[in-house]
Design a protein around this ligand. Structure first.
Ligand SMILES: Nc1ncnc2c1ncn2[C@@H]1O[C@H](COP(=O)(O)OP(=O)(O)O)[C@@H](O)[C@H]1O
Ligand SMILES: [Mg+2]
Length: 406
């Protein structure tokens, strides 16, 4: 804190004065005001004690001898309140005996001044006390802010660390699962071919047992959906492992120059099923001229597909599900705004939706990887993405991407 800052703080300092002798009280009050502080005077010490919270002083000038509640008791009781433990208290006393001074300090005083006092001495002592107290208060405030910041930052670091570990872990798992899945997948293709031959063989066998034909019929009915089911399962496993790999991929993206409007068009095509299934109406607004960026078009499409599919999922129960998809540009940025009219996200989980594996969907329906992939793709493109609920209900995503430099 520099001198200027201190004198600014001092300008607003509030000094409470308590003295039963009206002449001294008025004198001190006038003097305190002359020094540039706000002086609040009390003749009745009990009244002063009752109203100290309301006055909220930065320093207290206290007479020692007073009826009812004397300075000693006043200070002693004041110090029992946590709030006033550090308030600078200067005693004004007519008795300069060692005994009195010891009692004054025992009661919790910071300083004393002898009556009749020298105004300049009072001025200097008061100023010293106020400076110390204001600096202490600033330090306390600073300490509290620092502690808060350290706590927040630790929380963020732990979170980031957890996500990084999760990334490495999932890349490893994805790799391990991919290998056996690949041979299941190729064996399935062979099985499908074999089945065609086996089916023919079965049909050519003479029926000499009564229920043979029935059994063959049963197997012929069951086999195709069984194989289809397995293929479906394998495709899903592949989809998940691919997501995991994208999520944990740290390497640079393959960049090329492309028009974001093309990415939007392809997205609409890729999401056709989801859009049709929930009867989603999409309002697409974009500039008439190309919006060129340097990036990975397929990945940007992956981002948009994820957001559109999420919106469709969220609005399935809405009467008129609609999504507005606006592409806009400024001098250096392209901005996508996707606003749906679904239920939005509860405030308590708004920042969790980006976490890998966070999903509110039924088991088997969501992987919870969509948005974490979305975010890592956008960040790899030096862009940013945020989500917020809008007032009319629904969720809004805003994506910013740097435009291609001319
Ligand atoms: N448009 C949206 N409206 C409401 N909730 C959404 C929307 N988009 C995402 N969410 C919430 O974010 C969660 C995480 O999304 P995501 O990472 O894509 O995983 P998943 O779709 O597999 O659940 C969803 O389960 C859902 O709760
Ligand atoms: Mg999703």
């Amino acid at each position: 804190m520099d001198k200027n800052e201190i004198s600014n703080l001092l300008k607003n300092a509030r000094v409470m004065i308590v003295d039963d002798d009206i002449t001294t009280l008025t004198l001190i009050e006038r003097f305190v005001k002359k020094l540039g502080y706000a002086g609040i005077a009390f003749q009745d010490s009990q009244d002063a004690f009752a109203r100290i919270d309301e006055v909220n002083p930065d320093a207290l000038l206290l007479d020692y001898l007073m009826p009812n509640l004397d300075g000693y008791e006043f200070c002693l009781q004041l110090r029992q309140q946590k709030k006033w433990q550090n308030l600078p208290v200067i005693f004004i006393t007519a008795m300069e005996t060692t005994d009195t001074l010891v009692r004054v300090f025992e009661a919790g005083a910071n300083d004393y001044i002898i009556k009749p006092f020298n105004p300049r001495e009072l001025g200097v002592r008061l100023r010293n006390m106020l400076e110390l107290s204001l600096i202490r208060r600033k330090l306390d405030e600073f300490g509290r802010t620092m502690q808060q910041q350290v706590e927040e930052r630790t929380h963020q670091l732990v979170h980031a660390d957890r996500l990084a570990t999760l990334g490495t872990l999932s890349a490893g798992i994805a790799h391990e699962i991919n290998n056996p899945t690949t041979f299941i997948s190729s064996n399935l293709q062979t099985l499908e071919l074999f089945w065609a031959t086996v089916e023919k063989l079965l049909l050519s066998v003479e029926d000499n047992e009564g229920d043979f034909t029935r059994k063959v019929e049963f197997i012929r009915n069951e086999m195709p959906p069984l194989i289809a089911g397995m293929k479906n399962g394998v495709t899903r496993i592949h989809r998940i492992t691919n997501s995991l790999k994208t999520y944990s991929r740290k390497e640079k993206i393959e960049k090329a120059v492309f028009d974001l409007r093309d990415a939007t068009t392809n997205t609409m095509e890729l999401c056709r099923n989801a859009i049709k299934k929930c009867g989603l109406n999409i309002d697409r607004i974009e500039p008439e001229t190309p919006v060129m960026i340097d990036g990975d078009q397929q990945q940007i499409e992956q981002v948009l597909v994820n957001l559109v599919v999420n919106a469709a999922d969220a609005m399935c129960d809405c009467e008129t599900p609609s999504l507005s998809l606006t592409l806009d540009t400024s001098a250096s940025e392209a901005t996508y705004t996707l606003t749906d009219n679904g239920p939005g996200v509860r405030e308590a989980i708004l920042d969790k939706i980006w976490d890998p594996f966070f999903t509110t969907k039924a088991v088997g329906k969501g992987t919870g990887l969509g948005l974490s992939i979305v975010r890592s793709i956008i960040e790899n493109h030096d862009g940013s993405i945020v989500a917020d609920n809008i007032e009319s209900g629904g969720l809004e995503f805003i994506i910013r991407l740097p435009l291609l430099k001319e």
